[in-house]
Design a protein around this ligand. Sequence first.
Ligand SMILES: C[S@@+](CC[C@H](N)C(=O)[O-])C[C@H]1O[C@@H](n2cnc3c(N)ncnc32)[C@H](O)[C@@H]1O
Length: 395
Amino acid sequence: MASEPGIETAAADLRRRLAGRLEEDGWLRSPTWRAAVEAVPRHVFLPRFYRESDTPGVTTWEPVAREAVGQEEWLRLVYTDETWTTQFDGRDADWRDPKPVSNAAPTSSSTMPSLVVRMLEDLDVHEGMNVLEVGTGTGYSTALMCHRLGSEAVMSIETDEGVARRAREALSRSGYTPHLVVADGRAGHLDGAPYDRLIATCGFRNIPLAWLDQVLPGGVILTTLRGWMRSLGLVKLIVTGDSASGWFSEDDPSFMIARQQDAPESLGMIPGPDDGTERKATYGPDILTSSGPAFMTQLAMPDARFFSMPVDGGPDSTFVLDSGTDSFAVLTPTDNGWQVRQGGPRRLWDAAESAVATWEEYGSPSTAAFGVTVSHEAQVVWLGNPNGPQWPLPS
Ligand SMILES: C[S@@+](CC[C@H](N)C(=O)[O-])C[C@H]1O[C@@H](n2cnc3c(N)ncnc32)[C@H](O)[C@@H]1O
């Protein structure tokens, strides 16, 4: 095994190459962020992680560590443009005897560098600004910001104590000393406020109001919004006094949902065969999964989830269940389309179909045609402009 100086030389070379690729692909746009990518040793933040196995069947993740796969392979993987998961189900692995993981949900990771730097570029920071980061994770993105703005200017919040401890160690080994807080980032951190910029690297169902109060007027809040069915995407809000407003990006990058906002375990009551009222459906269940319509159905049914299963030995029906209100919609195929049966206080499929119809009327736009306005009174996603068609974010 090579000596530590050997590692540093090889890692520096891999970093230069990674930075070159990120620049070629258009993610890295400024020399200052390129310098940060070339300087921050991602391998110090990723001594151990998991990679998804390509074996067919149940999704399985295999442990990767320098000791197990060899230094060269470990370093090569660290400096690829991949998200590497570091924790599942909020539990830390026993790395003395790591095992493959399946049937588990990732709860911490080092986000793929292209997404990290793209968000940092979008954040539009300048010398002398301070930043609040929500979701320290491994600390890699925190370190990039420390390199760019100075450690004093960076406050980072992580909800998981073990994750935060490892990030602190890696940051200090790399020579960075940002302010680190173990807490629920939805409350922001009043002690360091006001902030010029706020960046979140986990997804939220709505914009926490504390962020509005802690970011300066003219400041930026950059976060992903997401629901229990899918991500809504990345939104960049400009704060103006006691409200904030801004647009979604063209694509819909996805982050793991904030721990405190994960979907409840129970999907809710499965309706009986005679429950609810039936009608012919205009759209079938494919609107739940095809890109634009799925964005609309997530907006229209913020508390719902769905699954498909055969009923009475027949073809698959799709069950859409809202565990909050015990509302349901069941879609069953017919000879010439779909039949929907709905019940409970919310007509879920009516709301979903109306949202998709509006989207079609407006020419099936991409997510970049949508924006968000938040204030202490209301949080809405709008189409076209702040006075266009609106859908509330869950409170
Ligand atoms: C995708 S990872 C962060 C990636 C990180 N920025 C990096 O570069 O390594 C998301 C992190 O958000 C943390 N998290 C989840 N909910 C949170 C919350 N409410 N407040 C603060 N951190 C949270 C998770 O524990 C996880 O470590």
